[in-house]
Design a protein around this ligand. Structure first.
Ligand code: GLV
Length: 321
């Protein structure tokens, strides 16, 4: 019997491809850049499964171009690039990669937080620019991390993993979410629920970990930044459009907040004009899950989502709806 046909839209870890090739007839767009839209629409036409990335839009136009499609698996935990209700209406399974990137993403959140607070990137540029003339009591002063208040917006897996690490820095942890965490989780993590405005007013570090949907788009705008302490830092390793990036540039330039650590942007791969010249922002190119181990795990999980749907014909444990 002919194997189901699958399209892979980007260069992926070897383990992911090996698993797919065992079960499927694979067409692979084996490049380190996003597949051009026209090519995607053409290639998906005769495919049963699609292994996509968060840089591919899976919308009505794509579904109309893919009459045979039965399964979409995204190589990401976020799936805001996929029209899940439209897939569901067509009976198309959608899977993602939850859990396997939680710890790496939490680690990176802390890397951004520490780099922003302690001016690591500025220090590096200073050294390489030959500007270091010896120890100076007032050189590149940052803000303390230990003993401060961390406000976490979105208290799911990743938010909670970030909270867990705050214990090592003796921090007070506040969190905001639309749902309260179980009292045992609050106790274990030493975290207290706070309404969003209170969290913004009280936190020295505000870290964003919520999903992107219509209720969280521009959740943090100019008004929110004005509620924050002038000495506060904003960290975002979730999704760019949760912040109003234009308002953030204004807040950073006017030092309405002291700094930011960003891994995601409103219109990736572009950044808002002015952001790159904010010396008080640490900018990373969407790297939070980018470790060898985690990307390998994500790849195998993404491939397994297609195997579950197209070979085992079973509901995948990674089904998103
Ligand atoms: C990365 O942003 C992901 O959603 O996995």
């Amino acid at each position: 019997m002919a194997k189901p046909r699958v399209l892979v839209t980007r260069r992926v870890p070897r383990e992911c491809l090996e698993l797919l090739k065992k079960h499927f007839d694979v067409e692979h767009y084996d490049r380190g850049t996003a597949i051009p839209r026209r090519r995607l629409l053409k290639s998906v036409r005769d495919k049963d499964g699609l292994l996509c990335l968060l840089t591919d839009r899976i919308d009505a136009e794509l579904l109309a171009a893919a009459p045979r499609l039965k399964a979409v698996s995204t190589f990401s935990v976020g799936y805001d690039h996929i029209d899940v209700p439209a897939c569901k209406a067509r009976g198309i399974n959608v899977t993602n990669t939850p859990g396997v990137l939680t710890e790496s993403t939490a680690d990176f959140t802390w890397a951004l937080l520490m780099a922003a607070a302690r001016r690591v990137v500025e220090g590096d540029a200073f050294m390489r620019g030959g500007k270091f003339k010896g120890w100076d009591p007032l050189m590149l002063l940052g803000g303390d991390v230990h003993g401060k208040t961390l406000g976490i917006i979105g208290f799911g897996r990743i938010g909670q993993a970030v909270a867990k690490r705050a214990g090592g820095f003796s921090m007070r942890v506040l969190y905001y979410d639309t749902r309260r965490a179980a009292p045992e989780a609050e106790k274990a993590l030493g975290a207290r629920f706070a309404p969003l405005k209170e969290l913004l007013r009280e936190s020295d570090f505000v870290s964003v970990h919520t999903v992107l949907d219509e209720s969280t788009r521009h959740l943090l705008d100019g008004k929110a930044f004005r509620l924050m302490k002038r000495s506060a830092y904003l960290i975002n390793a979730a999704r760019g459009p949760i912040l109003d990036e234009k308002a953030l540039v204004r807040a950073l330039k006017s030092e309405r907040i002291r700094g930011a650590g960003l891994d995601v942007y409103e219109r990736e791969p572009r950044t808002m004009p002015g952001l790159a010249s904010c010396r008080n922002a640490v900018l990373a190119p969407h790297l939070a899950s980018a470790t060898v181990e985690t990307r390998r795990r994500m790849g195998v999980m993404a491939a397994s989502g297609l195997v579950d749907a197209l070979i085992c014909k079973a509901r995948s444990p990674y089904a998103v709806s």
